[in-house]
Design a protein around this ligand. Structure first.
Ligand code: ADP
Ligand code: MG
Length: 291
């Protein structure tokens, strides 16, 4: 488990990139878990796929304690996309790891489709991660000795899918992501963008309910990163998977419908982009002010 600070070395600059027309969200994060929530407008919202309440996370003991999360509440709906932004060390990776059940919080709860992750034993939590969650990390983390196809089928086979079914599935995902003809290449024979597309195929092949991505374009040049990002966001949406993505890059965050900004272990702000503009670039700041 890696909960060390991520390699997000670039300075955090939320206004460095143009963003779509924003919709500042008043304090609308619901304060209770529930099967359905009725918004102030009276519209029924689907129950969230992930729901976190009162997350606290401290690292270390005694005088050297670091409070990485300091009271985070968050709901994530099916097929929705959420970018988590903020400066290095503000708790983004810690939050992602807790939402994904990789790390158990010091206190607070995470419900996945109504099930408290803490109520599952280690084995069931591991099974849940395999069957319901997909992961895309900064450098893809493909196994170097395996081909692109083998990298995609391995987790499926570990989850109990037959090699034959997993191979058909993986081949179809790689083709959909523009990698036909590259199934037999090893990671060293792929460009950074191609390797990240293999990682996306691997994350989506199990038809997860949530895909977690931590700085997924951090190792790519900007144009490649942007295209990989769009593929990731579109693939998640088209397959009904929620996307939770950590990034310190506002342009990367613009691929997501929602953005929360963290500061010192708390969610400081939340913005929602109109559906029509999510994934495109616009010319307005996220805080509603015009340039
Ligand atoms: P971010 O992803 O926003 O850079 P992290 O969640 O990695 O932030 O870290 C939040 C804070 O917790 C930082 O101060 C970091 O140094 C600390 N931290 C993270 N992981 C550990 C750990 N395993 N042990 C001790 N401190 C940690
Ligand atoms: Mg990080």
């Amino acid at each position: 488990m890696n909960t060390s600070p991520s390699a997000d070395t670039a300075p955090f600059s939320p206004q460095s990139a143009p963003l779509p027309v924003p919709q500042p969200v008043p304090s609308s994060v619901p304060q209770t878990h529930g099967a359905h929530q009725v918004a102030q407008t009276g519209i029924m919202r689907p129950s969230p796929v992930l729901s976190a309440r009162g997350l606290l996370q401290s690292y270390g003991t005694g005088g050297t304690t670091t409070r990485a999360l300091d009271g985070v509440d968050l709901d994530i709906a099916r097929a929705d996309s959420l970018a988590v932004m903020g400066p290095s060390g503000c708790g983004k990776t810690t939050l992602l790891h807790i939402l994904a059940g990789i790390l158990t919080p010091t206190s607070g709860t995470v419900l996945h489709e109504g099930t408290d992750l803490a109520s599952l034993g280690d084995r069931r939590r591991t099974r849940l991660r395999r069957s319901d969650f997909g992961f895309v990390f900064q450098d893809g983390q493909l196994l170097p000795e395996l081909t692109a196809l083998e990298n995609v089928i391995l987790p499926r086979m570990l989850g109990g899918t037959s090699r034959r079914a997993a191979t058909a599935e993986a081949a179809s995902w790689l083709d959909r992501l523009g990698l036909s003809g590259m199934h037999d290449r090893r990671p060293t024979q792929l460009s950074g963008g191609q390797a990240q597309r293999v990682a996306i195929a691997r994350a989506l092949a199990g038809r997860p309910s949530v895909v977690f991505a931590d700085e997924p374009t951090g190792a790519l040049d900007q144009a490649t990163g942007q295209s990989v990002l769009q593929i990731l966001a579109d693939s998640c949406r088209d397959n009904g998977a929620a996307l939770v993505m950590v990034t310190h890059d506002a342009q990367v965050a613009a691929a997501c419908r929602r953005t929360v900004t963290m500061q010192d272990g708390r969610i400081a702000q939340e913005f929602v982009r109109p559906a029509a503009t999510a994934g495109t670039t616009g010319s307005h700041r996220t805080d509603g002010a015009t340039r």
